[in-house]
Design a protein around this ligand. Structure first.
Ligand code: CA
Ligand code: CA
Length: 142
């Protein structure tokens, strides 16, 4: 129960800080403890809590997420239709995406949305860990 309350406070603070930030976000992504992600458009987004579950509703869909399996969540203004790891946005996760991340690490200037997608593991920076994350995605798909 204590963990649930802490989670609720964290969720509330995340939402409040996002609102205070005055940025237009397009999606809210939930990252579960097993690493899988679910993104919801913020259009009409409404989250209610009951029995240790978060019920996420927006204009398109309703989702139920067990709070105990929720690792973290983040708002983003990126188009949530991109696949995780598809850094160059061509619709598939390949070695080309690894190359884009390498270029960014080596100092290439890229569009902000590309750089955002290059942070594959969502830790706020583009690093070798993101290269590894993309390679893991490629290997797990083959
Ligand atoms: Ca790609
Ligand atoms: Ca990263």
């Amino acid at each position: 129960m204590k963990k649930t309350i802490i989670t609720l406070v964290t969720v509330a603070m995340t939402i409040l800080s996002a609102i205070a930030d005055d940025t237009t976000y397009e999606s809210l992504t939930f990252v579960k403890s097993d690493g899988t992600e679910v993104s919801y458009s913020v259009d009409g987004l409404r989250i209610t809590f009951s029995n240790s579950n978060a019920v996420i509703k927006n204009d398109e869909t309703t989702g139920v997420l067990g709070l105990s399996s929720l690792n973290y969540m983040y708002f983003s203004d990126a188009d949530s239709s991109y696949l995780t790891g598809d850094v160059n946005g061509d619709g598939e996760v390949t070695i080309a995406d690894v190359n884009v991340i390498n270029d960014i690490i080596l100092g290439s200037d890229v569009d902000a949305d590309v750089e955002e997608r290059a942070d594959v593991n969502g830790d706020g920076e583009v690093s070798i860990a993101d290269v590894n994350a993309v390679i893991d995605i490629i290997l797990s798909a083959s």
